[in-house]
Design a protein around this ligand. Structure first.
Ligand code: 5GP
Ligand code: ZN
Length: 220
């Protein structure tokens, strides 16, 4: 439990049902976040003992390790995108056309592209993680969840406090490395991830707006 709570999944992934541990292999465990901050929120846990207790800024200085994590994160991102497509894809006319084409006999040479749900999934880490074991968030962009209950919950995914995995390796003078700036990010005004509207410190209004944005976003 507590800050070491993610360790159990790494040590013993086979002990969990598929609604907790999504998959595991020799190097990684993919799980559902227990307190999701979006409509879909997964975590990728590297199992390398020499890395998993390091701060991500430290762990990702190893280029070979970073490459492995990036590759696996992209895999999990595609999996998450597929899940979003199944959940929301039916709302899109293009997606319907795509499904029809897929089911056609014979199928056409070229399928309609459909919505690229990979673009709706963010992969990255928190500049100051709260959990000790190294984890990459794989999270839908909507930030629509009952569990999103505080300033930090929102701003940790909506400001540079969230560092996309593809931004690594960071340069030594990257401002996101400084603890001072991470404090500043968390205390910024609430800014809608989708339309950029500023809600100051009005969390209730932000939450209401996030619901409206969610409904439009998933139907797009
Ligand atoms: P951090 O702020 O450290 O980057 O994020 C840690 C994440 O782990 C949070 O999103 C939190 O909801 C999630 N979390 C905390 N404890 C547990 C747990 O015991 N199980 C699972 N699956 N997720 C957890
Ligand atoms: Zn908005």
């Amino acid at each position: 439990g507590g800050r070491d709570g993610l360790g159990a999944y790494i040590a013993n992934p086979e002990a969990y049902p598929p609604n907790v541990v999504i998959y595991h292999n020799a190097d990684f465990v993919a799980i559902y976040d227990m307190f999701p901050k979006s409509s879909l929120h997964l975590l990728l846990l590297p199992r390398d003992k020499t890395k998993y207790l390091l701060h991500p800024f430290e762990a990702f200085k190893d280029e070979e390790f970073l490459a492995k994590v990036k590759f696996e994160a992209q895999k999990l991102r595609s999996l998450a995108a597929g899940e979003l497509r199944r959940k929301y894809g039916k709302y899109s006319a293009l997606e319907q056309e795509r499904q029809n084409a897929l089911n056609a006999d014979p199928p056409p040479d070229e399928l309609p592209r459909g919505r690229d749900w990979d673009m709706e999934v963010m992969c990255g880490i928190h500049a100051v993680p709260s959990m000790n074991h190294l984890h990459v968030h794989v999270i839908a962009v909507d930030r629509y969840s009952d569990r999103l209950k505080s300033r930090n919950h929102y701003n940790s995914f909506a400001t540079p406090f969230f560092v996309p995995i593809d931004d690594f390796p960071l340069s030594q003078d990257d401002p996101r490395i400084s603890p001072t700036s991470s404090h500043y990010y968390l205390n910024q005004d609430f800014v809608c991830w989708r339309c950029g509207r500023n809600f100051g410190n009005k969390f209730t209004e932000l939450k209401k707006h996030l619901e409206e944005e969610f409904v439009q976003w998933r139907q797009l």
